[in-house]
Design a protein around this ligand. Structure first.
Ligand SMILES: NC(=O)c1ccc[n+]([C@@H]2O[C@H](COP(=O)([O-])OP(=O)(O)OC[C@H]3O[C@@H](n4cnc5c(N)ncnc54)[C@H](O)[C@@H]3O)[C@@H](O)[C@H]2O)c1
Length: 335
């Protein structure tokens, strides 16, 4: 079994590699990203620039799965930096697909998409629910889904798209998504009130990173997930409910603040996933956000006493001090 991870320094990739090594130790993995060396010091690493077509030819696609995590994520920022967003997200993926064709690869490209392709609605969204694109990033991600489908139909490229709503948690110290939950934890752990735009009633599907990565790995190696799109499941909660859980654990309050102008215009409304399609393929999420928040707060208490102890979570064996790592995030970005 062979896998390639492109964008191997990313938050999701670093966590995925950690889980892949434990769940599939027989899997041979090659890593690619933009820096000279891999951020966690992995040795099977090659520097590439996804925008340089010649550099992309260094990626060895003689493998079973290519996880594509190179991306530029953001909401309002995409309007100012549209060149980077369009290039890194769209040109980057098409460069990868073109190299796949050149190498006549038979691998399955695993592509992480986003909740932001959906038009918000009050019912859980199935994969074919109406779409709406309020940001450059949102249309980039949907364009990438469509590139994969086009190249699949015309050139037989194998792929699978997994839409992720709000991921949280990390198994790797320092690897954080700088997203919704990271923002809340950052404020609360500094003793500041958690601020929410509007009344915070918007609902999301929250998915622990171990579930995100576990679903991506299971989907990558499943015959039931080929040339298709799947929502990754999790827990349906409002932003206010999650903020209150975090606030009470850290002894701070939740404050509602008016939306800044652009943030209100690009707010999606409720985006809760129906993950029944992936469940039908036997792939599900299991973690609970409330349990995770409590674990986060006790990390300092348990670290010393539990340092030599191993805990098992769903087949992944992790030292407790790696499982329970705080997110400290400088700024929120869109998921
Ligand atoms: N984090 C989330 O909340 C979330 C949610 C849904 C989907 N996604 C998608 O998952 C993917 C990974 O997200 P993440 O948050 O882990 O990413 P990240 O922002 O942590 O990392 C992006 C990676 O892309 C690499 N990169 C950027 N430009 C490059 C270039 N020119 N050549 C080579 N590498 C380059 C960076 O070095 C970095 O390692 C992205 O496509 C993102 O859109 C993320």
């Amino acid at each position: 079994m062979k896998a390639v991870i492109v964008g191997a320094n990313s938050y999701i990739a670093r966590n995925l590699l950690y889980i892949l090594k434990r769940r599939k130790p027989e899997c041979e993995v090659k890593l690619y990203d933009y820096t000279e060396t891999h951020i966690d010091g992995e040795s099977n690493y090659t520097k590439i620039n996804i925008l340089d077509r010649e550099s992309v030819s260094k990626i060895d696609m003689d493998c079973d799965a290519v996880f594509m995590f190179v991306g530029k994520t953001g909401s309002a920022e995409g309007f100012d930096n549209y060149g980077t967003f369009v290039n890194v997200n769209e040109m980057g993926l098409v460069n990868l697909i073109d190299e796949y064709r050149r190498q006549k690869s038979g691998a399955k490209i695993i592509y992480p998409s986003t909740r932001l392709v959906y038009k918000g609605g009050d019912k859980p969204l199935r994969e074919n629910a109406p779409k709406e694109f309020k940001t450059v990033y949102a249309i980039n991600k949907f364009a990438c889904e469509q590139y994969l489908e086009q190249y699949s139909q015309i050139y037989g490229v194998k792929y699978c798209v997994f839409r992720i709503c709000i991921p949280y948690g990390t198994l790797i110290p320092g690897a954080s998504s700088y997203g919704t939950i990271g923002f809340m934890l950052n404020r609360a752990s500094e003793g500041k009130n958690i601020t929410l735009y509007g009344d915070g009633s918007a609902r999301r599907t929250f998915t622990h990173i171990e579930d995100v990565c576990g679903n991506l790995i299971d989907g990558a190696f499943s015959d039931k997930c080929v040339n298709d799109v799947f929502n990754i499941g999790g827990e349906d909660m409002s932003l206010k409910e999650v903020a209150k859980l975090i606030a009470s654990e850290y002894g701070v309050k939740v404050e509602n603040v008016p939306y800044p102008n652009i943030a209100e215009m690009i707010e999606s409304g409720d985006t809760v996933f129906n993950a029944g399609k992936l469940a039908n393929a036997g792939i599900r999420s299991r973690f609970k956000i409330e349990e995770w928040i409590k674990e986060e707060n006790v990390v300092m208490d348990v670290r010393q006493s539990a340092i030599n102890q191993k805990i098992s979570r769903g087949g992944v064996i992790c030292p407790p001090d790696l499982v329970k790592v705080l997110h400290i995030a400088p700024a929120p970005k869109a998921a």
